[in-house]
Design a protein around this ligand. Structure first.
Ligand code: 3PY
Ligand code: MG
Length: 253
């Protein structure tokens, strides 16, 4: 039964912390969920996760009371549908560069009258066994989180239009792709990249949408939290890498 605690916390003005997961092993998701995250984002954009994997990962996250989301591969209705049918509580859509693309993402996620998401019995609707399909569609429209990634120069230039789109919950800065798009791949502290992120942040913070961002460290998370970002994601790989390297450095010194 879909009850999106992360969306409820965002609507209450709170800040939520999440983590990308790229591995298809449900036990790893369950273990990660038990660390106390608000939400996990199964990353199908970068990596090998498929909807079939994600259905199992959703169960593992729900079992531990953590909101399951996925970053989908692309902004296409038939692709987003296959992810959402697994029972995800929302999606994060990469490379959304214009108001029309943001509207397309919302239409793919929402049922009538807000969108055109394909309707059938699936895990998302408890196969129609818990409530009527009509009630399910209205609940899904309320509960499902829509996050779009702002990670190109075009998206930065369209940011005033993007924040005006109904049905979007979070505008999420993707710093790495943004640096690439601006001609400074990987240089997140280049003045052009900083200026672009500032423009996006200021515009989103002045709107009724939540600001999201990817961070590589707790220090960066705190900086963005203090600035007003309320949907903050890091990744499991950084923890694994630093923990392992730290251990090996200590035992070999
Ligand atoms: C980026 O930095 O491009 C991202 O998409 C982060 O998640
Ligand atoms: Mg990106």
């Amino acid at each position: 039964m879909l009850r999106n605690a992360t969306k409820a916390r965002l609507l209450a003005g709170e800040t939520v912390f999440g983590c990308f997961v790229r591995y298809a092993e449900p036990a790893f998701t369950e273990f990660t969920a038990m660390q106390g995250w608000d939400f996990l984002v199964f990353d199908a954009e970068h990596g090998t996760l498929q909807p079939r994997d994600i259905e199992g990962l959703c169960r593992a996250a729900e079992l531990r009371g953590v909101t399951p989301l996925a970053r989908v591969t692309t902004n296409e209705a038939h692709v987003i549908l296959r992810f959402l049918d697994t029972g995800l509580h929302g999606v994060q859509v990469p490379w959304v560069n214009s108001a029309a693309e943001a509207e397309r993402a919302v239409r793919s996620v929402k049922y009538e009258p807000l969108g055109r998401r394909g309707l059938a019995g699936s895990r998302a609707s408890d196969w129609g066994m818990e409530e009527s399909i009509a009630d399910y569609t209205q609940r899904a429209n309320r509960e499902t989180l829509v996050v779009v990634q702002v990670e190109t120069q075009a998206a930065v230039e369209a940011i005033e239009d993007l924040v005006a789109i109904d049905g979007l919950d979070v505008l999420f800065i993707g710093p790495t792709d943004l640096s690439h798009s601006l001609g400074h791949p990987g240089d997140l502290s280049h003045p052009d990249v900083v200026a672009a992120m500032d423009r996006v942040a200021d515009t989103v913070l002045a709107s009724d949408k939540a600001l999201g961002i990817f961070v590589g460290s707790a220090a960066a998370a705190r900086t963005w939290r203090d600035r007003g970002a309320r949907y903050i994601i890091t990744g499991t790989d950084g923890f694994l890498r630093h923990g392992m390297q730290d251990y090996l450095t200590q035992v070999r010194s």
